[in-house]
Design a protein around this ligand. Structure first.
Ligand SMILES: NC(=O)c1ccc[n+]([C@@H]2O[C@H](COP(=O)([O-])OP(=O)(O)OC[C@H]3O[C@@H](n4cnc5c(N)ncnc54)[C@H](O)[C@@H]3O)[C@@H](O)[C@H]2O)c1
Length: 352
């Protein structure tokens, strides 16, 4: 059995899931971690008994000759750390979601991966949830007929929770391309999430090339959850992380509930990385899917900026939200910067 040396950049909350994922796959050995915050590095090293810890990720990449690199840093570091990892030519990089904070960064990451022959996946691990894979099979088998509308509701800005929701829509529909996007946002407070500006509220509509319309509410309509309601020509289903409830108008005519069991999503995500490296399958988290979710989000911001329906592919490579803020298009009416994830920041990193 071939074994693979894995290292993790960033030792915060999601890094625990990456470590558990790697520890759950026999072929993977977690050999090194990196984090500039000593407290985070030391705790993590001890918790998972990792042989080497580095305060500089680039030094880890130089010294360790890794086969697999996880990028589990805050969003703004996804592109620079993924590019730094790719140039050291590991076999695969698993970068956390959202893939990046704009389309330009996504493209730079994909170019770095291609040039260095690295397989790049994005951590939308819910693609591996038993309930979500079952729901996808139900749609493919025609259980709700032709999928027409999807309703999803999230929080904490479009890039954070909502990138998973847009990825969910595409995954359920067999990864169609977005044709157009329309949306609007409100940002009257100086709001951030892990250091990047986010809106207070937003709504977005996306039309996919199979004809399905997806609607996404961000802090407008509760309950916020990782799931959604899918309306089809012959039925409806409601999905969350653990179960699918199906109403088929042509078959039973009453609600049926499925709560499938299966492997932990992070272990399954790590296992598929090995199968991808070995040429057996394509990873379902392939970077092209991570990019597609970011592109729809940037399309919603661009629609708010230009007051128009935005045709895909998106031509603006910067974040239209950041452009609006920088050019005075979104004046803050209630001053005072705050970060909805400030509770994650440790030591002197804490700013507000
Ligand atoms: N897939 C999921 O369901 C899921 C869940 C939570 C978080 N995430 C994503 O994971 C990322 C990290 O989130 P988190 O909640 O773990 O944050 P966190 O703040 O708990 O951890 C981030 C860690 O990265 C470290 N870091 C920052 N810059 C670094 C650098 N240059 N080199 C090495 N380490 C660095 C920080 O010191 C911190 O310890 C975010 O992008 C987030 O969206 C995904």
């Amino acid at each position: 059995m071939e074994t693979y040396r894995a290292g993790i950049i960033g030792c915060g909350s999601i890094a625990n899931a990456h470590a558990s994922g790697y520890l759950g796959v026999d072929e993977i050995e977690l050999v090194a971690i990196a984090d500039p915050v000593k407290e985070a590095l030391d705790e993590f090293k001890e918790r998972y008994n990792v042989p080497k810890g580095y305060d500089d990720a680039r030094e880890m990449l130089e010294q360790e000759k890794l086969d697999i690199v996880s990028v589990a840093t805050p969003h703004k570091q996804h592109a620079p750390m993924t590019i730094a990892a790719c140039t050291r030519k590991p076999k695969a990089v698993l970068c956390e979601k959202p893939m990046a904070t704009n389309i330009g960064e996504c493209d730079e990451m994909m170019i770095a991966a291609q040039r260095n022959n690295v397989k790049l996946a994005i951590g939308h691990q819910r693609r591996f949830l038993p309930a979500w894979t079952h729901a996808r099979e139900l749609i493919a088998s025609g259980a709700i007929g032709e999928p027409r509308y999807i309703v999803a509701k999230g929080a904490q800005g479009l890039l954070n929770d909502c990138s998973h929701l847009l990825d969910m829509m595409r995954f359920m529909l067999n990864d169609p391309q977005a044709q157009w996007v329309m949306g609007n946002i409100e940002r009257k407070t100086d709001r951030y999430e892990r250091g990047i500006p986010i809106e207070d509220r937003s709504a977005g509509i996306v039309q996919f090339d199979n004809g399905t319309i997806g609607t996404l509410f961000q802090e407008l309509a509760e309950p916020y959850r990782q799931g959604g309601t899918f309306y089809g020509s012959e039925g409806t289903f409601d999905l969350d992380e653990r179960r699918v409830q199906l109403l088929s108008t042509t078959k039973s005519g009453s609600w049926e509930e499925y709560s499938p069991e299966g492997e932990n999503a992070h272990i399954a995500q790590a296992r598929e990385l090995i199968e991808w490296i070995e040429g057996k399958v394509e990873h379902r988290g392939d970077a092209k899917n991570g990019r597609a979710a970011v592109e729809i989000i940037m399309g919603i911001y661009e629609s708010a900026r230009l007051h128009e329906v935005v045709q895909m592919p998106l031509k603006t490579h910067a974040s239209p939200l950041e452009v609006m803020i920088e050019t005075g298009g979104l004046p803050v009416e209630r001053p005072g910067a705050y970060d909805v994830r400030a509770f994650l920041l440790r030591s002197e990193e804490m700013k507000y």
